[in-house]
Design a binder for this molecule. Structure first.
Ligand SMILES: [Zn+2]
Length: 476
């Protein structure tokens, strides 16, 4: 079964697609540019939703739902916003068999429709803050499809908050970024750089954008979450004002933030190997599969009875599958569960019964362990905890090994193309240098890290003054 997966070193992009198709995570749909998320992939999204939703709610946010359609006039109210999004929007011109009086955009993001409602809901300082999140689908027209990474329709969450002051909005923007960082590192086991986007890379209509950036195994960057301080741009466009404590009219401050099913692409590319998907235990719908092994009928009844007992014991604490299908051989089952990324495989055969043991195989290291069947729950807990930690540390080591400081532009050009990776380089802050570098190397400024040394230097491109290094990389 695993022969169907192209090796990473042969063709990274094919490898990625093979894992998704063979692992039954998603499939191409009859509609060009759109994907079907299959149950194995959707289970990962449900895990992501579960953890994030809990963190949003613990920090005071609530969920709501807004329409899929946005009147064209709304999109046009914020100049930068429409300029950024209009080229990739799907537009509905007809409905109910007749031409519409006003075109409707299928939402590429919901700032405009939400702020048209906030105008109705916000009158006084007592109505603030509003901390709303929406789980939804959005549409951004794509010419080239890449499953989970680049599809015309995708699923995401979008938070839209309204505040009385700039400081409160800024605090919210940073708070959400920290939730995203924590989710990426503690749950997805993916280390991320946190910081600010350059003007060229920020969200259309924002004052500034913060982001988390992760390194994939091909050493390219993947933007994994963004949090925008929108300033008063949308409040002004929709004339949303509130009366402050002294009775003065003030314009409202805004943020928006989101992560999407793109994160499933990040999860695949950060951890998986040539045998298929590798999932950190916290992101797996099932952590353990038990595979009983027998040859004779006599062995079968003994092994199955034992396996069923183990299953009942473990199932009280973990999500476990007992794979007792008779039409498949154990070897086939091993490969199938490996392909689908189940973190721990437990093999139970007649010899194990005699020795009162089970065999555990970790998906990430494929290490085989003979474990006495006493106290199994504790031992499995320990394995899952260390697997979660080891996967994070492995990804972190990989990022560190592929991160470079660089001061010479010609060397940079060569290295971006050959080894790839993250490059800490000086930049003068001009959009022109940024664009030239992008045109000449395809590398972009991924992030201006929050944690960076204040260090005087010379711009990689123009030799102008620089206050510190930023991170360049090729990105998805
Ligand atoms: Zn420069």
């Amino acid at each position: 079964m695993a022969e169907k997966i192209t090796k990473r070193e042969v063709d990274y992009s094919r490898w990625y697609t093979d894992i998704i198709i063979q692992g039954k995570l998603a499939d191409y749909s009859p509609v060009k540019g759109c994907m079907v998320i299959r149950p194995n992939g959707y289970a990962i999204w449900e895990k992501m939703q579960g953890y994030l939703d809990q963190m949003f709610k613990e920090s005071g946010h609530v969920n709501a739902y807004f329409p899929l359609f946005i009147p064209e006039s709304f999109m046009r109210k914020e100049a930068e916003h429409v300029e950024g999004f209009a080229p990739e929007c799907a537009v509905v011109t007809h409905g109910g068999g007749a031409k519409l009086e006003e075109n409707l955009f299928v939402r590429p993001t919901s700032e405009t429709i939400i702020w048209s409602m906030y105008k109705k809901w916000i009158m006084s300082y007592r109505d603030l803050p509003i901390l709303i999140n929406q789980w939804a689908n959005v549409v951004r027209w794509e010419m080239r499809t890449r499953l989970f990474l680049r599809t015309t329709e995708f699923l995401w969450q979008e938070g839209h908050t309204a505040h009385a002051t700039y400081e409160e909005a800024e605090e919210e923007t940073v708070k959400i970024l920290e939730i995203y960082r924590k989710f990426a590192e503690d749950f997805m086991a993916i280390p991320v750089l946190v910081g600010k986007k350059s003007e060229a890379e920020k969200f259309a209509g924002a004052l500034h954008t913060y982001c988390i950036e992760a390194m994939m195994q091909d050493r390219k960057a993947l933007q994994s979450g963004t949090s925008h301080n929108l300033g008063q741009n949308f409040a002004k466009a929709f004339d949303v004002k509130f009366q402050d404590k002294d009775g003065n009219l003030q314009t409202v401050w805004a943020t928006s933030w989101g992560v999407s099913t793109r994160l499933i692409g990040a999860l695949i590319m950060a951890h998986s190997d040539d045998n298929g998907l590798v999932l950190p235990p916290k992101m797996a719908a099932n952590q353990i599969v038990i595979i009983p092994i027998w040859r004779s009928e006599e062995e079968k009844s003994k092994v199955l009875a034992f396996a069923e007992n183990v299953y009942a014991d473990l199932n009280s604490e973990f999500d476990v599958i007992l794979d007792d299908r008779e039409q498949y051989k154990p070897g086939y089952k091993f490969a199938e569960w490996e392909l689908q990324g189940i973190p721990l495989r437990m093999e139970i055969g007649p010899k194990d019964l005699e020795k009162n043991q089970v065999v555990l195989v970790r998906r990430d290291t494929r290490e085989k362990m003979y474990t006495s069947s006493e106290n199994l729950r504790n031992k499995i807990s320990e394995q899952l905890v260390s697997m979660q930690r080891d996967m994070f540390e492995k990804a972190l080591r990989f990022r560190e090994e592929n991160t470079h400081e660089i001061d010479d532009y010609n060397l940079f050009k060569k290295q971006v193309d050959s080894t790839g990776g993250f490059f800490y380089a000086h930049w003068c802050g001009s959009a022109e240098c940024e664009l030239k570098i992008k045109d000449e190397t395809k590398a972009t400024i991924r992030v201006i890290p929050f944690k960076r040394d204040i260090e005087k230097g010379r711009c990689l491109y123009c030799n102008g003054d620089s206050e510190g290094r930023v991170v360049f990389a090729k990105a998805y």
